[in-house]
Design a protein around this ligand. Structure first.
Ligand SMILES: [Zn+2]
Ligand SMILES: [Zn+2]
Length: 261
């Protein structure tokens, strides 16, 4: 319960900060009603939280607590000190999430699930938390396996989950950063301009910039695109077959992976 309160506190805090930031210095004008998108995107977040509880009673943090207790996993076998195992865990899990994201783009069946994240016709802070529940469950299973193998400390998993969630909300924010600040931040982390390229309708751009927290993975693995071909104002966002307004309603979002039209 304590852990959930910490996570929820960070979620609300970051949501609030990014919302204020988007209002003060918006990057693109929104094309859809904000209230309509927000109620559906955040409704989906609440539904996902509930579904995770029902389908996976043991989450990544709980698995980390069990492996710590049982002395299972590489870091536990090596008896690594926390000051070393925490940053390495964050680094390794971020790389795992990068490859998971790439996999969800490259395997057609997984793309159908992930496509729902891309079908948002505006990108703002709530898009960062908008994922299909099956993708959320699969992602948690992947994290659980990674945590068990590396023997990640529970505190590192908590820090990583807060960072991942927080950076996803940050880099989906419809907010402006100066070019210099964007350049500086981009040397380490994924910025809103860097991730916006990933939401382009141009397939080559959509299949780039997969990172969520650290920007190093896209540079390392050759999937980095600096700027969208048509610029941040001219680029088209979304998925063409899901342009109807009601496709942004929860019930429609949930069925998108199972429809060919
Ligand atoms: Zn994607
Ligand atoms: Zn995204």
């Amino acid at each position: 319960m304590e852990i959930e309160s910490i996570r929820f506190g960070f979620f609300i805090g970051i949501l609030f900060i990014c919302t204020v930031w988007e209002i003060i210095v918006p990057k693109r004008s929104l094309t859809q009603s904000k209230w309509f998108r927000w109620s559906n995107n955040l409704g989906l977040v609440a539904l996902n939280g509930l579904l995770l509880k029902i389908t996976l009673p043991l989450l990544a943090i709980d698995v980390a607590l069990v492996t710590e207790d049982q002395g299972f996993g590489v870091f536990n076998w090596l008896s690594l000190p926390l000051w070393l195992s925490v940053p390495i865990t964050v680094f390794v899990l971020d790389c795992v999430i990068y490859w998971q994201h790439r996999l969800f783009h490259q395997v057609p069946l997984l793309w159908k699930l992930h496509r729902m994240h891309h079908s948002d016709q505006d990108i703002d802070v709530t898009t960062g938390a908008r994922f299909h529940p099956i993708e959320i469950v699969l992602s948690m299973l992947i994290k659980i396996v990674a945590v068990a193998i590396i023997g990640a400390p529970a505190i590192a998993v908590l820090i990583f989950e807060i960072l991942l969630n927080g950076s996803a909300m940050f880099n989906h924010s419809n907010a402006r950063l100066s070019t210099d600040l964007d350049r500086l931040l981009r040397t380490a982390i994924v910025t809103p301009d860097m991730h916006r390229v990933h939401h382009s309708t141009i397939r080559k751009e959509c299949d780039s910039n997969y990172g969520f927290f650290l920007s190093i993975w896209d540079r390392c693995f050759g999937s980095y695109i600096d700027q969208p071909q048509h610029g941040h104002q001219g680029m088209q966002i979304g998925v063409d077959r899901f342009r109807a307004r009601n496709e942004q309603r929860i019930d429609k979002m949930l069925t998108q992976p199972f429809r060919s039209k």
